[in-house]
Design a protein around this ligand. Structure first.
Ligand SMILES: O=C(O)CCC(=O)C(=O)O
Ligand SMILES: [Fe+2]
Length: 213
């Protein structure tokens, strides 16, 4: 059964569902991310090909992402295989999609990127385009709120819509918005509820379908 929730369509195929995760689910997610952050491939600041270093710290499950491809082994960290993509996360992804789009649909995410933002961390405008499948991206946020900028598929600039993502919020982008530029220009320190298990900072988990075998 799909329970209708208040949601907002930001662009065609891009939906924001505030407060989608319960506090218990947020706690569970924080715990899981804390374990993944320890290994087998520890959380790290991703180094870009030009030598720049991302301000967020990232850990992956299912497939490892490094700019700009997915591999099973984390060649840029410690060469180990990332943790398996768990069945419960797949199920959560399916429910997220059903609630955001208001209908059940097949969804088989095989990678998740978990980003941790401290108060200074940001993410520049980019497209999620290293996947070889056009299935939607499901994004879950826990901890401090942020300014999430959701733009268009053509340029990094305007037009875009600024959305405040709070702890527990779901954001899905697929269909005509799948390759829209998006980014996180700001995190609001001290806005998260420590009851999630995250005393400070922001956690974002995005699920994707890589289309890789
Ligand atoms: O932190 C967010 O809300 C977005 C993260 C993101 O765009 C990404 O991991 O590709
Ligand atoms: Fe992204």
């Amino acid at each position: 059964m799909v329970i209708p929730l208040p949601f907002r369509e930001i662009a065609p195929g891009a939906v924001h569902v505030p407060g989608w995760l319960s506090l218990d689910q947020q706690r569970h997610l924080v715990q899981a991310c804390r374990e993944w952050a320890k290994g087998p491939v520890p959380i790290r600041h991703t180094v870009l090909p030009g030598g720049g270093v991302m301000s967020v710290r990232t850990v992956c499950v299912g497939w490892h992402w490094q700019p700009y491809r997915y591999t099973r082994l984390a060649h840029d960290v410690n060469g180990r295989r990332v943790a398996e993509f768990p069945a419960w996360l797949k199920e959560l992804g399916r429910r997220a999609l059903a609630d955001a789009y208001g209908k059940e649909m097949p969804y088989d995410p095989d990678t998740a990127l978990i980003n941790f933002y401290d108060g200074q961390a940001r993410m520049g405008m980019h497209q999620d385009k290293d996947e070889r499948a056009d299935a939607p991206v499901v994004s879950l946020s826990v901890g401090d709120a942020c300014l999430f900028r959701f733009g268009n598929t053509e340029t990094r600039g305007k037009p875009y819509t600024d959305v405040r993502l709070e702890s527990g919020d779901l954001f899905v982008f697929g269909g005509p918005s799948r390759l829209a530029y998006h980014g996180v220009p700001k995190v609001y320190p001290g806005t998260g509820d420590p009851a999630t298990g995250l005393a400070a900072g922001r956690l974002n988990l995005t699920m994707r379908v890589t289309g890789l075998g």
